[in-house]
Design a protein around this ligand. Structure first.
Ligand code: ADP
Ligand code: MG
Length: 238
């Protein structure tokens, strides 16, 4: 059974169609990257998977279960945003524990999950700091920690590295991949950066103007692009 499925998914804002019949199948444990130029509909697709945006037509399934109409909290997913969205008045530990607190998890369980995630991400010594006392890379790790503590079926990332400088971006790519190797959690990752897609993905979904142009492993797309758009987009990094 697929971990995530999009079946003829469509979305319009008013009369304006932005997702025009998308079919994607994601296997359990796969690291899938949605890539395409700005405005092609990547975030909209991810937000629909997360339950942050209604879908106009079609079906989205997570673990075989149709999630159309389910609230974000009912979908067993965790999303990492581009701007981290950390709470400035909460410590690292409190930021990570917050979603568990909302679910009224027992304190011992909460502490154990936070400690484990902090260990994985190298945040153990920073648990009592506030976001303003952290570097960009450390903030990014806290944002990932918040997702990890929930132990979701699927991680969602929307351009998580685009606010970082080039050097840190390269380092964080490796960290996110290591994290995936360690946890094997199914991951859907959005970026407009071809290099990120080529170096990180098990499978790439190339989008353009609300449709999927091609799905394949990085080398497949590089060697056998389905059309001129894919050839141009994958072949010429911005
Ligand atoms: P990407 O993430 O690939 O850059 P988006 O999914 O953000 O693209 O946007 C796809 C298209 O939908 C764009 O034309 C954008 O302007 C439009 N769009 C996104 N969100 C809204 C919204 N809330 N209302 C109206 N149009 C939107
Ligand atoms: Mg976007």
């Amino acid at each position: 059974m697929a971990a995530v499925e999009f079946v003829d998914v469509r979305k319009s804002f008013g009369a304006f169609p932005v997702i025009k019949g998308v079919n994607i199948e994601i296997a359990d444990g796969e690291f899938v990257i949605l890539v395409g130029p700005s405005g092609c509909g990547k975030s909209t697709l991810l937000r629909m998977l997360a339950g942050l945006e209604n879908i106009s037509a079609g079906e989205i399934r997570i673990g075989g279960r149709v999630v159309n109409g389910l609230a974000p909290g009912e979908r067993d997913i965790a999303m990492v945003f581009q701007n981290y969205a950390l709470y400035p008045h909460m410590t690292v530990a409190q930021n990570m524990a917050f979603s568990l607190m909302l679910k009224r998890a027992p304190k011992a369980d909460m502490d154990q999950r936070v400690d484990k995630a902090a260990g994985i991400l190298g945040l153990t010594k920073l648990l009592d700091r506030y976001p303003r006392q952290l570097s960009g890379g450390q903030r990014q790790r806290v944002a990932m920690g918040r997702a990890i503590v929930r132990d979701p079926q699927v991680f969602l990332f929307d351009e998580p590295l685009s606010n970082l400088d080039a050097k840190l971006r390269v380092a964080m790519r490796a960290e996110i991949k290591e994290l995936h190797q360690r946890l094997s959690t199914t991951t859907v990752y959005v970026t407009h950066d071809q290099i990120e897609a080529m170096t990180m993905a098990d499978k790439i979904v190339v989008m353009h103007d609300g449709v999927v142009e091609q799905v394949g492993a990085p080398l497949d797309l590089y060697d056998n692009p389905a059309n001129l758009f894919v050839a141009g987009f994958i072949g010429s990094p911005a």
